[in-house]
Design a protein around this ligand. Structure first.
Ligand SMILES: [Fe+2]
Ligand SMILES: [Fe+2]
Length: 137
């Protein structure tokens, strides 16, 4: 089923929410590609888009956390690092010809929305707002 963005994903910081919506779009692109049987073929461009997404989005979150000196930065950074490694591993296995990587990637990304964005990113955003970060930035 297509993934629908709802308020429970919102952090209230516009630039972060926009990035997260971009990730939801990528998840839906992957899902649609799987539905029409082109999941495997489209996986490499999707991995490349995910790589770009993680590099730019994580750098943004991390610099805000450092700037505002939010607590628990290290565990948040660690989660970002693990996601980058997980995606690299999925891509490597896909390139080697392993089957069913599309589904594993889809499941991983949906879990990420629930476990990272809904919990850790939202907690980070409320810390950033407490520290006076401009929410429209
Ligand atoms: Fe995020
Ligand atoms: Fe994050």
């Amino acid at each position: 089923m297509l993934f629908v963005w709802d308020d429970s994903y919102e952090t209230g910081i516009i630039e972060i929410d926009q990035d997260h919506k971009g990730l939801v779009n990528l998840i839906n692109d992957l899902y649609e590609a799987m539905q029409d049987g082109s999941g495997g073929a489209l996986l490499l461009p999707i991995f490349s888009a995910l790589k770009h997404y993680t590099e730019t989005h994580f750098a943004k979150e991390e610099s805000h956390m450092v700037e505002c000196d939010v607590p628990d930065q290290d565990s948040h950074f660690q989660e970002h690092k693990l996601m980058v490694e997980k995606l690299a591993d999925l891509e490597r296995r896909h390139r080697k010809g392993e089957a069913a990587i599309s589904l594993q990637t889809l499941t991983f990304l949906r879990d990420w929305l629930k476990n990272h964005i809904c919990a850790i990113d939202r907690a980070m955003a409320s810390q950033l707002k407490n520290k006076g970060m401009d929410q429209g930035a």
